[in-house]
Ligand binder design. Sequence first.
Ligand SMILES: NC(=O)c1ccc[n+]([C@@H]2O[C@H](COP(=O)([O-])OP(=O)(O)OC[C@H]3O[C@@H](n4cnc5c(N)ncnc54)[C@H](O)[C@@H]3O)[C@@H](O)[C@H]2O)c1
Ligand SMILES: [Zn+2]
Ligand SMILES: [Zn+2]
Length: 361
Amino acid sequence: MSHEVRGVVSLAKGEPVTMQTIIVPDPGPGEALVAVKACGVCHTDLHYREGGINDDFPFLLGHEAAGTVETVGDGVGDIAPGDLVVLNWRAVCGNCRACRRGRPWYCFNSHNAAQKMTLADGSVLSPALGIGAFAEKTLVHAGQCTKVDPMVRPEVAGLLGCGVMAGLGAALNTGNVSRGDTVAVIGCGGVGSAAVVGAKLAGAARIVAVDIDDRKLATAAALGATDTVNSRTADAVEAIRALTGGFGADVVIDAVGRPETYEQAFYARDLAGTVVLVGVPTPAMRIDLPLLDVFGRGGALKSSWYGDCLPTRDFPMLIDLHLQGRLPLEAFVSETIALDEVEAAFAAMAGGDVLRSVVVL
Ligand SMILES: NC(=O)c1ccc[n+]([C@@H]2O[C@H](COP(=O)([O-])OP(=O)(O)OC[C@H]3O[C@@H](n4cnc5c(N)ncnc54)[C@H](O)[C@@H]3O)[C@@H](O)[C@H]2O)c1
Ligand SMILES: [Zn+2]
Ligand SMILES: [Zn+2]
C-alpha cells in the first residue's frame, strides 16, 4: 500500500518550490513511516533549490523535523507507532571503517530508506539529506528516527534534526569548547546562534558574536554572546583580538562558510587555537593563505559535519536539558508557518528576518 500526501518539491534549479502530491510507500524492512509534525526551514534546503548540492531534481525538501511514528517495517525494534521522534541524517551503519574505529560520527555509509517516494506521475524524488520532511508523511530508515521525551513540542524538538544541532555540536563536539575558553562565532543565523548557545553551555568565559546584521547580533546577545561585532562596520579580526586581551579566541566558529569569513576565523584565533568551519561553501569558493601562516599559527583547522553529533547520544540528552530549562531551543523558532509557505520562508531567511521558520503540520 502507499499513501498520497502533500509535499513541498523543488522541480527545477532556481525555480520557486511548489506543493505536489507525493506517493509514500508503506515501510519495508528496516524502514519507518513518520507523520511529520514540524520541520524547520534550513539554509541547506535553499542550497538544494539553487542546485548548489547536486542536480538530482526533483527534490522533496525539508530535513529538520520531528514527527510521530505511524508504522514500522519488519525488523524494527527501537521505535514503535506513536513514538515522538526527531529525524536525523546520520543513521550510523556500525560497520564502516569509521564506525568500527569508534568514530561513528564520521560514518560514511549512513542509512536511508531503500524504497523511493515519487510524484504522482512516478518520477522518483530525491529527499533532502535522505529525509524529505516538508510533507505530511515521509519514509525514512528506522535508524533515522531518534525517540525523545514526548513532553517536548515538536517544532522545538525538530530543530535538533539539523541546523541547531550543527551549531551546538560545532562548539561542544568539534570545537571542544571548555570552561574558561574564549570563543568567537562568525555568522549568527540559526547555526551560529546555536554555536553561541553551545559555547555558553560549555562554560566559555567570553563569546564574541560576529555578523553583518544587527538584528542577528541582538539575538546572539540575548542567547549568551558577551560581545557583538558588526563586521560590516568593524574589522572582525581586530575586534575579536581587542576583546580577547590581544590574543584572539581559543575557538573561532565560521557559521557562514565563505572565503572571507574563513580567513577572518583563521586570523582571529589565538596561537594554536581552533577554527571550526560549519557553514557550507559552494564548489567555486577558494581560499588563499600563506602556508607559513598555516604552519606558524599552529592549532587545528576542523570542519564540523552535523556538529559531529551522534543522534542516539545527543538528541535525548539535549531535549532533557531543554525540558529542564537549561537549553533555550524555543528561542530559535522565529515563526511557525504552513506547508505552502516555505517559499516565503526562504525569502525571510535570505532577508535575515528569522533564525528559523518552522512548518507545523
Ligand atoms: N555543517 C553542517 O552540518 C551544517 C548543517 C546545517 C547548516 N549548515 C550551513 O550553515 C550555514 C548557516 O546556516 P543558517 O541556517 O544559520 O543560515 P542563515 O542564513 O540563517 O544565517 C547565516 C548568517 O550569516 C550572516 N552572514 C552572511 N554573510 C556574512 C559575513 N560575510 N560575515 C558575517 N556574517 C555573515 C547572515 O547575516 C546570517 O545571520 C549555511 O551555509 C548552511 O548550509 C551546515
Ligand atoms: Zn558507519
Ligand atoms: Zn539543514
